[in-house]
Design a protein around this ligand. Sequence first.
Ligand SMILES: Cc1cc2nc3c(=O)[nH]c(=O)nc-3n(C[C@H](O)[C@H](O)[C@H](O)COP(=O)(O)OP(=O)(O)OC[C@H]3O[C@@H](n4cnc5c(N)ncnc54)[C@H](O)[C@@H]3O)c2cc1C
Length: 815
Amino acid sequence: MPEIQKSENGGGAKALPSHAKAVIIGGGVVGCSILFHLAKFGWKDTVLLERDELTSGSSWHAAGQIHTISSDPNISRLQGYTIDLYKEIEELSGHSVGLHMTGGFYLASNKTWYDYLKRERSKARYMGLSQEFISPQEVADRHPLIDPKYYIAALWDDQDGDLDPSGATYAFAKAAKVHGAQYFTHTPATKTIQRPNGSWDVHTPRGTINAEHIVNCGGLWAREVGQMQGLNIPVQPMEHHYLLTEKIQAIADAPNRLPCGIDYEANIYFRQERDGLLLGTYEQRGTPWKVDGTPWDFGHELLQPNLEQIADRLEFAFERIPVLGEVGIRQAINGPFTFGPDGNPMIGSVPGMTNYWCAVGVMAGFCQGGGVGLTMAEWMIDGEPSIDVWAMDVARFGDWATPDWGTVKSTENYERRFVMTFPNETLPKGRLQKTTAIYDHLLAKGARMDQSFGLEHALWFANGPEDAHEAPGFERNRSHDYVAREVAAARANVGVIEVANFAKHEFKGPGARAYLDGILAGFVPKPGRVTLTPMLTEKGRLYGDLTVACYGAEHFMLFGSGTMQEAHRRWFMRDLPADVRYRNVSEDWHGLALSGPNSRAVLAELTREDVSAAGFTFRDTKMTYVAGVPVILTRISFSGELGYEIYCKPQYLRRLTEAVELAGADKGLRWYGARALMSMRLEKGWGAWGLDFRPDFTAAEAGLDGFINWNKEFIGKSAALAGKQPAKRLVTLTLELEGIDVSNDEAILHEGAAVGYISSGGFAHHVGRSMAMGYVPAELSAGGQKLEVEILGQMYSAEVQSAPLYDPDGLKMRS
Ligand SMILES: Cc1cc2nc3c(=O)[nH]c(=O)nc-3n(C[C@H](O)[C@H](O)[C@H](O)COP(=O)(O)OP(=O)(O)OC[C@H]3O[C@@H](n4cnc5c(N)ncnc54)[C@H](O)[C@@H]3O)c2cc1C
């Protein structure tokens, strides 16, 4: 537990209040930004507790470089918001943030990085961010210390620059005070105890505050603050170096401040600091700091620099900015800051806990802190953020994301800070965290695996393990022909795919039907049937695209996105009535899905049930036996073929698999993976959760309003009614191109202007077309509409399709 070193109160001489609407634990840039936003949006009665002085974690020694680029478009948007906010908090607080809007460039030293930047520029087009390509000579004109011969192009962004990290943190805190909030320094939270009414007692050496909500913004101590509540947060502080040079005469003589920059290949960033340079490095082997826990007495301290560790990055830097090799190093900074497993923050309401929030693992706090504060305040006050923040949602990790796994993945992420991840690339660290009983069997069949919500699943199948490899890249790769083979088998004969990674939620009890009727927008089926239904937020935005099954008057199951399972658990637990029992049973039900005209014949050999077309009709479901093991059998398919999902307890999966393979041997059965499934659903024009269906869109925009039961009350109904004529719509496109497909987030253009973006796409193997889905203005959404899609800087013709290219009437699925 932290000891109080001093008793001085940074928030004034006031005593600690006994009650607050919200208590924020941690006065780094993130906590202070949340304090500011909560107070600004009306929660004046909010208190921040800081164990030492403000900025006493990683915030005080940050390099202070700010930029908008992020792998996730909505995070980019929030980074843009953060940067725009600095002027406002400076004015309001009267505290300088030391902002220099120099502009900055992202340097491409080879074609791959140039392609990457073209993708970024395409995203920027529809997000309205101002980015433009400049030549190496223009780079040198704007920053004469850079040797342009190493680069082929650069993306210039006006919104980049740098600031004073300490000044920015204080400006947030003081601006929050102007709005009525309070902060107390030298006031560590030592214990957090929840009362039966859901509120929290936050103990400090200066007294206890009772708060409706608490927010863990512990930064370097996020793990320790979480552990006060038995919460194990998979973040890891990492050592990080930057160097400050002695005076560089050319800088001292320059009329303007130099722009800042990022060199991706070198994994370095740099900017002007006083009349020298600041150079930051992300080395190839990161060093996790204090794996077992951050000491409470760690304060305004730096770590011992280790220049050996960053020598390979320095070599790049000295070559590309030659003056760095000539001038002395004034100071080498090595400081820790916290990374999350995928590099993005972990924010929001913690699943399974009431009124407990976190905003941790914010690795680029000065680029993202404002956006994180905005999102948290919207979420806490309005019940939902105004844009989809799935990429930052704490619920994207479950209990499988253990502290050990967190350290391994956070380290991997640190090492890949500016390293590109290609659309087809699978990351190597932290694998085999969760596997199913047939993992080895699928590997032996040639499965190329990836990890989703911690679980290994097959992407595609090669000709055996030796053959299961592909090079990361933007273009179509060697998996293309193998996926084609899988699609052909499923369309002509029968394909089998493992479906362990779908989520399954169980509801029981006398109130279950009424409860589901209220939270689901669609029809809740009668016993023995399944329906498809959107689930909406109060504001009418999509929060789920689910299959709901009924097994009796008081027994229902929901099947949905595997990665959303914790987010959905959080949603279901919010106001669960006393007469409903809910469990996330995803790990209790693994299974297989059969797709294709021969799937009925395979199934018929394995069950005593009548599975004839009339005996087990489309959308029937039953708890029964297949291959002699207990299963949930449902007639449904995401491939557009006649198909069945067969879920069994994990201990039966191997037996079920052997039996399915045996029965399918003379019926053309072939394994298929996630890529074949995504290809088949494209030619059916079906969207996928997390890509085409997300909380950014309403049911009407996504074309899911046809599944709504308007004759009942449900969450989001009034917003859905008001939004029946949406301004934008999801469309399916065919594209004219060869050798490459979309890889999501590309701009869609009409008459040269960006009008929308691609939400998913790829090659539709059966119809032999490159296809995509994306959102465009409603007036451009009619079948036959000609549009363009920008892929790696090239414009390709696209045409809106009015009907699915495969089996438009759904006859196969219902056969
Ligand atoms: C060398 C270096 C360079 C960097 N460069 C950049 C950059 O150029 N751009 C950028 O955007 N980011 C940069 N960062 C990252 C940035 O510093 C972090 O993202 C940011 O500081 C995270 O802020 P935070 O508020 O989450 O955490 P922290 O700054 O760690 O703040 C957490 C606070 O919580 C307090 N606390 C913890 N436990 C308790 C408790 N029990 N009770 C009360 N208070 C508690 C701590 O004292 C601390 O003040 C850099 C970091 C380093 C180390």
